[in-house]
Design a protein around this ligand. Sequence first.
Ligand code: GRF
Length: 193
Amino acid sequence: MLHLAVLISGNGSNLQAIIDAINRNQLNAKIDVVISNKENAYGITRARCAHINTSLCIKDDVQTTNEKIMNVLSNYQIDLIVLAGYLGFISKELIQQYPNKIINIHPSLLPKYGGKGMYGIHVHEAVIKNKETESGCSVHYVNEQIDGGQVILQAKVPVLANDTPQILAARILPHEHQLLVETIKLFISHCHR
Ligand code: GRF
């Protein structure tokens, strides 16, 4: 069984996709803890409804936030850390402590529309502004460059003529859910016989 820690900052629909896949026996995995850096993240409610441990890691600065995260994670035997709508900096120390064990879901076809400032709706605004005809989502390893780690899986989604950023975001989101679950399945098949 793959032991997961999921980091969130907001709605937690990607977290919910993992919870639902586990409950449908599509993933031989267990979410040991959900960590949020935002007190009012609805994803915390989703975790509590699923009887999953939650922890708030909100510190004044990035370094202490990451130290708190590592402290929480040290209570478990985590195989894979999933950033699911997590809007926070991951420190070098955390990356080094979990080499090739931290993944992130990003709502674009990386390396396009990734990096500093490219998160949430801003991604889709830029895609539409540049008149792209396709976008999508990517799951990648987390390294010290924001959205810069090796891409693991991607899914393409068409951009339609009258799309607003909100409509495009809504079209991509279900593909994110599916891609994230597929990526975790890959980890289960490769790392855990
Ligand atoms: C998603 O578009 C995700 O790609 C981005 O944050 C959005 C909300 O994710 N990182 P969630 O509903 O909080 O999982």
